[in-house]
Design a protein around this ligand. Structure first.
Ligand SMILES: C[S@@+](CC[C@H](N)C(=O)[O-])C[C@H]1O[C@@H](n2cnc3c(N)ncnc32)[C@H](O)[C@@H]1O
Length: 262
């Protein structure tokens, strides 16, 4: 007897389903950070930390290449998913359930990276500043923190929607993210996110909302100025082309900052 096709709608977050998150956002490569480590760190980079590591899509790739890695995340399903990946590789459980506002690693790392705007999930200026301070306490001198974020352009149109799609075998995931509301005074953008997961037997729709804190180029610079231990030494766009560092201005839409630990 053929099984019925099941359709389900879930109001929640894709972070609770790291297998699907990992498929649809798993296009990035760990190689993009390496050049930044080589060029900007004054120490050999072997030990890495990813705050808000999510499903571990990036930091597992670093582990595969021989780096010692640690991650922090506040989503239990993601932390368990990461650690299961490490277990399958015979590596220690390296993802820690914890808030990136107060990071406390067993020992300092040589470099850290936080690539796709997770930093902007920190809801307040104080949380962001505390995050940077605790990162500075956990990155060894001469090391780097690579921080990617979407800036709020003071002129020109901000990006209003993104679509991500990926297929593996008979599983496909499509995620759409769009701006629902902008609260300029509170420096907050409310985004809708719908993820459609299809297999031959089922269709699952996950409906989520995400709140991002916004930063203009000058607002993020003012925040960096408060944390003396980190000096911004280079800026790139999301292509990480090290031959083409960018200058950040009022219209820059997204940027990767290299923060050097003094
Ligand atoms: C967009 S995902 C990014 C995951 C991963 N960095 C990547 O590049 O795929 C954002 C992650 O941030 C985590 N997160 C949000 N706020 C956090 C906090 N205060 N402390 C730790 N993790 C947090 C979420 O649970 C989620 O897994």
């Amino acid at each position: 007897m053929t099984q019925p096709f099941v359709t389900t709608t879930i109001r929640g977050t894709l972070y609770d389903y790291p297998k699907y998150y990992d498929l649809v956002f798993g296009v990035g490569s760990s190689a993009e950070c390496d050049g930044c480590f080589d060029r900007h760190a004054d120490r050999r980079v072997r030990r890495l930390f990813e705050p808000a590591c999510g499903s571990g899509r990036l930091f597992v790739k670093f582990a595969d290449r021989g780096f010692q890695v640690f991650g922090y995340d506040l989503n239990r399903a993601s932390v368990d998913y990461c650690n299961d990946r490490f277990k399958r590789r015979g590596l220690p459980r390296s993802a820690i359930f914890g808030d990136i506002v107060e990071v406390s690693l067993p020992s300092k790392v040589d470099a850290a990276f936080n690539m796709i705007s997770s930093f902007q999930l920190l809801p307040t200026e104080r949380a962001a500043e505390n995050h940077l301070r605790s990162m500075a306490a956990n990155v060894a001198k001469g090391g780097v923190y690579i921080l990617g974020l979407h800036l709020k352009p003071s002129r020109g149109a901000p990006i209003h929607s993104e679509r991500w799609a990926a297929t593996r075998g008979r599983l496909s995931v499509v995620s759409r993210i769009w701006t629902k509301q902008t609260h300029s005074r509170q420096r907050e953008v409310l985004c809708g996110m719908i993820s459609d997961i299809r297999t031959p037997r089922a269709f699952v729709r996950i409906i989520a909302e995400l709140r991002f804190r916004t930063y203009s180029a000058s607002q993020i610079q003012r925040l960096f100025d408060k944390v003396d231990e980190f000096q911004p030494v280079a800026t790139y766009d999301f292509t990480y082309d090290l031959m083409n560092p960018i200058s950040v201005g009022p219209e820059t839409p997204d940027v990767v900052y290299v923060l050097h630990r003094r």
